[in-house]
Write a protein that binds this ligand. Structure first.
Ligand SMILES: Nc1ncnc2c1ncn2[C@@H]1O[C@H](COP(=O)(O)OP(=O)(O)OP(=O)(O)O)[C@@H](O)[C@H]1O
Length: 553
């Protein structure tokens, strides 16, 4: 029986993202990793692949101890973790040798072993006399050669390597792989993230494929590659616009929205322009290199006991309503998807319907449109407004009065929009907490709500809402009725959901000052103000010493 080195269970990671104008600093939690679980035997090279923003680097940062996960458990011996990181500008004034010496000291290499190791690193890196030159004079490939040589000579038991940073000449690249093979033989777990899977495919024992924070497939290299190729082949057949929508929906699906400060609904085009402020939570290597063979909770301490977004049982009434709808021959259309023949919901890592990750072999993006989806049919008791129609025309057509339509739809005037869904029966009961008209199974849009916030509340994706309402974009109007898709669950108060998340957001972390750090470099790294750091820490000067612990504002 193969002994597993790693067992990772339900690894999730959230980032707080803040959209700048025009959304007035709306905050969301981005699910960068969504309950990823896997195990890995000793001495293997795992290739990590996936589209943009799939969560690869986040996984790497967690596995290599650069970052703590929001949730999840990792078992296994993890004595020496290493990630391939190029020296940044903080080290500009150091020579390659002094940088290497400092890193080795950080990793606990004794003074006795140091000269020997430095000599090996100098030779392996092929830097020669440049080893004694300041890093600010190094080219990218020279920095890359230095960093990888250092890392390999640490013989880490767990190593995460982002292939795209390995900007080296071919012969050096091959030399690195030769070394990796030796480490593998010693039992190291090696993770190589790559954009060019063909470049590393032959070296890998297994492939891990992530998309939108979810584990899509993990296992045999050829199997995963076949599925991955097919997925991207199908994607490439879509038009550029459809591809953009695909990526946008995937990203939106990862967001747990905070509904509050949305002053107005924003059309999709403006989403592209939004500036996302990333909040990083790096931690120091030494803090996490704790040897352990136990299953350990890898979440940040403050978040270990956080509540997950509330799990809601399926609303029994939905079944009743749905039964009726299905029998009534409900058909919904999603014109965009129909046209593209692309089923997107599985690709969006919809935060609200997150399932325990499964290794899936189904990767086809294509689905034949079902016959029931070919003709848009309104939900029973609702009416989709067509372009140019007025409220009184609709009332006439339906044999209703304008007053009835206004009352049932809570309209304060007769203004209606194309595609707006109107209730055409009197709501039987209203659940004030959920804002749902039970009779018709619709949601009345309130000011400040968006498809994403409504989707989060009912645990459906934006795409599903668009499909149910024949919406080509995400524009919705206050007061209008939205049809809820069949998969909608009992709504939660969105504020409660987002508050739970917000309260579990990472606290302001402490930073341990490293040699070479300055107040300015720390401030720049964490996007905070130098004076703010001074104030919070009551610093009288800018003088810092390695080992000082700073509270970051
Ligand atoms: N510090 C951060 N703050 C906020 N969001 C972040 C942060 N770091 C990453 N993200 C977001 O998390 C998601 C996963 O990012 P990650 O870098 O792990 O993906 P990736 O698979 O490495 O992407 P790529 O291949 O594009 O580099 C992305 O949507 C990214 O925008």
């Amino acid at each position: 029986m193969t002994r597993e080195r790693w067992k990772v269970i339900g690894l999730s990671h959230y980032y707080t993202v803040t959209a700048a104008r025009p959304q007035r600093h709306r905050q969301s939690q981005l699910v960068a990793l969504d309950r990823v679980s896997f195990s890995q035997p000793y001495g293997q090279i795992i290739g990590v692949i996936g589209g943009r923003g799939a969560g690869k680097s986040t996984l790497g940062a967690i596995l290599s101890g650069q970052q703590r996960a929001s949730e999840g458990l990792i078992s296994g011996s993890t004595e020496i973790k290493g990630a391939f990181i190029l020296p940044d500008h903080r080290y500009d004034e150091r020579t390659g040798e002094s940088y290497a010496r400092q890193q080795l000291a950080k990793w606990g290499i004794s003074k006795k072993k140091m000269p020997d190791l430095l000599a090996h690193i100098r030779s392996f890196s092929e830097l020669g006399s440049q080893f004694g030159v300041k890093l600010k004079h190094y080219s990218l490939s020279e920095k890359s050669q230095l960093a990888i040589s250092l890392l390999l000579h640490m013989a880490p038991t767990t190593l995460y390597l982002d292939d795209s940073l390995l900007v080296v000449k071919e012969h050096f690249y091959l030399k690195v792989w030769g070394f990796l093979d030796q480490l593998k033989a010693l039992g190291s777990s090696i993770w190589v993230e790559t954009e060019q899977v063909r470049r590393i495919e032959r070296y890998c024992d297994q492939l891990m494929w992530l998309e939108f924070g979810q584990l899509k497939q993990y296992g045999d290299v050829m199997d995963v590659l076949a599925a991955y190729d097919e997925y991207y082949f199908q994607l490439s057949r879509l038009s550029l616009k459809e591809q953009q929508t695909f990526w946008e929906e995937g990203y939106q699906g990862q967001l747990l929205e905070k509904a509050e400060v949305v002053s107005q609904l924003v059309p999709p085009s403006s989403v592209d322009q939004q500036e996302v402020v990333k909040q990083e939570e790096p931690i120091e290597q030494e803090q996490v290199d704790q040897p352990t063979e136990e299953l350990q909770d890898v979440a940040a301490p403050s978040r270990r006991h956080r509540q997950r977004p509330k799990k809601i049982n399926r609303w029994p009434l939905i079944l009743v309503v749905l039964g009726g709808l299905i029998i009534g021959g409900l058909g919904v259309a999603y014109p965009y998807l129909k046209a593209s023949r692309l089923t997107l919901p599985q690709t969006g890592a919809k935060s609200s319907d997150r399932q325990p990750p499964v290794t899936t072999t189904s990767t086809s993006l294509l689905a034949e449109p079902s016959s029931s989806a070919s003709q848009p049919v309104d939900l029973k008791g609702t009416y989709h407004v067509q372009a140019g129609e007025t409220l009184s025309e609709i009332a006439n057509t339906l044999g209703l009065s304008v007053a009835e339509l206004r009352e049932w739809n809570q309209l304060t005037n007769d203004h209606i929009q194309p595609n707006q869904l109107l209730l055409t029966v009197e709501p039987v009961a209203e659940n004030p907490a959920s804002n749902v008209a039970l009779a018709s199974f619709t949601h009345s849009v309130k000011a400040g709500e968006s498809l994403a916030t409504i989707g989060a509340a009912y645990q459906v994706s934006v795409a599903e809402l668009q499909e149910a309402n024949q919406l080509k974009d995400v524009t919705i109007y206050t007061g209008s009725q939205l049809a809820l898709p069949a998969s909608a669950k009992e709504p939660v108060s969105l504020t409660a959901t987002t508050e739970t998340l917000a309260s579990s957001a990472p606290p302001v972390s402490d930073y341990v000052v490293l040699s070479g750090d300055t107040l300015y470099s720390i401030a720049r790294k964490y996007g905070v103000d130098v004076m703010a750091i001074q104030q919070v820490n009551q610093l009288q000067s800018e003088q810092l010493s390695p080992g000082d612990v700073l509270t970051l504002p």
